[in-house]
Design a protein. Structure first.
Length: 542
């Protein structure tokens, strides 16, 4: 699974300027899913849905306002322990299970070492990677990506409040003038609040950008130059030591999230600056992992899947607006809940002798389908005590089923339903209705520079008459149907009934990305060494 890779960034999905020979080879040896949809256009919600086969709205993994993903390693939110991942099911079936790379679904709940959200408590036997995500703050030369680069403002106000408190204390002690206790208390707690946030941001590289092996911190902060070789070697080693038994390996790349950190070997090689370099480096990593499968003679009995967690980031990295992704013919991108560019992702399946080669499936499929597909392939049983939204892909890709089992798909931006698609098998048409859309900058395909679109509020458009698009003939979503046409009324009515039924299946659950669940809590901070300095480099010294 790539991070923030656009469907238009890959050769086999239409790109002719970025070289992705290994991903393209995978497609030639298997099936391309050209109508493959993420359950969310942001990391944490999408990845939770991928692992559980359930919409994020069912698991409490939807964002809220400016807290749309998990913001800290030391937040108490995360993938709930009562959710069942496909790794947990396959582990019960005797599989060795591992995840290498990005997690971003939480770590602790109530203490620094309860690990309630940790991969090893969600069915994985082995974890080597980063519990958070690669962000600009992990590279010292980049501007902060957290809290919209308010570090300087926080520092300034914290200093002002602190000086004010000290001045008031001196005045009080020397009896220079009468100081109301309310003013003193306000200034004191104001300075504490601002210092808390400034400290949290100032230590971000040490607190969020860390490398873990199972439960042990091995790099804090992590050395980005080592990550590519470490991830590749860990994947190879996992395959080799588990080659004689059934195994599940989830390689979750740090590429191609900002800051697009690329090792020296691949810098300057592509036609698209650091962004293209980063993709070409990831493609090399894919090739190395496929070679490990080949070397161990496992090709014919290994089910291989490649995808991205959601669409490409279009706003561009701050200071380098040309460093942004490409979502092909589709409108919108990362963070734009209902627009196709944010949720249509590359999907490739390979299993020689079982799945056809060099073919495409253009029926609606979902990242959530991997849960059901892998569970059944591994001999497991789907949970019966909850709704599973993922479907089995095998009948569709093997050609024994003419249509996807997804009649409807629901597209959320945080907890707000922005759009719904309907696969009308009678007319062989896929329709999509939009209830809410982001407001773009004039003449642009994005909302801001270096800032995600909002899901609600003044900077979105609420369509009193929902917009309806025929995705089969208008994949860009540029020409909505007239709202006075007979077709419009019939389709909207059909989709409205589906929304009503969908809503009836939703039940209140604890929200994992809201409020106090998604703020920095020093009690939960992972630390190698003495808090708050937290520094170690066990991997590079070994």
């Amino acid at each position: 699974m790539a991070d923030d890779l656009g469907i238009g960034d890959v050769g086999c999905f239409g790109n002719n300027t970025i070289r992705t020979p290994n991903i393209d080879r995978l497609a030639k040896e298997g099936v391309k899913l050209t109508h493959h949809i993420s359950a969310a256009s942001l990391c944490s919600p999408s990845r939770s849905a991928f692992l559980t086969g359930r919409y994020p709205i069912r698991t409490g993994m939807t964002g809220h306002n400016d807290y749309e993903v998990l913001m800290w390693n030391a937040a108490s939110g995360g993938l709930p322990s009562n959710e069942t991942t496909f790794a947990k099911i396959l582990k019960q079936q005797g599989y060795s299970t591992g995840i290498i790379g990005k997690w971003h679904l939480g770590v602790n709940c109530e203490s620094r070492n309860d690990f309630c959200h940790h991969p090893l408590n969600h069915g994985f036997d082995y974890f080597f990677g980063i519990p958070f995500s690669l962000i600009n703050d992990c590279e010292a030369s980049r501007p902060s990506e957290m809290l919209l680069d308010n570090k300087k403002q926080l520092k300034f106000y914290a200093q002002i409040f602190t000086i004010t408190v000290l001045t008031l204390v001196v005045i009080k002690l020397l009896h220079l003038m009468t100081v109301p206790w309310k003013l003193f208390i306000f200034a004191f707690f104001g300075s504490i609040f601002l210092l808390y946030w400034y400290v949290a941001v100032a230590f971000l590289p040490h607190w969020n950008c860390i490398l873990i092996r199972n439960f042990d911190i091995v790099e804090q902060p992590m050395d980005l130059e080592l990550k590519v070789s470490q991830i590749v070697e860990e994947a190879r080693a996992f395959i080799t030591r588990n080659k004689n038994g059934p195994f599940l390996l989830f390689v979750s790349f740090l590429h191609i999230h900002t800051p697009y950190y690329t090792t020296k070997r691949f810098r300057g090689r592509s036609k698209h600056d650091l962004y293209g370099d980063n993709i070409e480096e990831m493609d090399w990593m894919v090739g190395e992992i496929l070679e490990a499968i080949d070397k161990e003679g496992l090709v014919n009995n290994t089910f291989t899947y490649f995808t991205s967690d959601h669409g490409a980031y279009l706003e561009g990295m701050e200071g380098s607006p040309h460093l942004k992704g490409f979502n092909g013919i589709y409108r919108g991108g990362k963070g734009m809940g209902g627009l196709e560019g944010g949720i249509r992702v590359p999907g490739i399946l390979r299993w020689p002798g079982i799945i056809p080669t060099n073919t495409s499936v253009d029926k609606p499929t979902s990242l959530m389908d991997i849960f059901t597909t892998v569970t059944k392939l591994g001999g497991g049983t789907l949970p019966q005590d909850r709704i599973i939204d993922g479907k089995d892909l095998m009948p569709l890709v093997q050609g024994t089923a003419p249509n996807s089992e997804h009649e409807f798909m629901f597209h959320y931006c945080n907890e707000y339903l922005h759009a719904v698609r309907w696969q009308d098998t009678n007319s062989n048409t896929t329709w999509k209705v939009h209830y809410i859309s982001p407001k773009f900058r004039e003449g642009a395909n994005a909302c801001y520079d270096s800032k995600l679109c909002p899901c609600i509020g003044q900077n979105v458009i609420h369509h009193i008459q929902p917009l309806l698009f025929n995705l089969s003939s208008d994949p860009f979503e540029g020409n909505p149907l007239s709202n006075v046409s007979v077709v419009y009324g019939d389709v909207i009515q059909k989709i409205q009934l589906a929304v009503a039924h969908h809503n009836s299946t939703l039940h209140p659950v604890p929200q994992q990305l809201y409020g106090l669940k998604n703020i920095w809590d020093p009690r939960l901070q992972l630390c190698c060494g003495t808090f708050p300095l937290c520094w170690c480099s066990k991997e590079s010294s070994s």
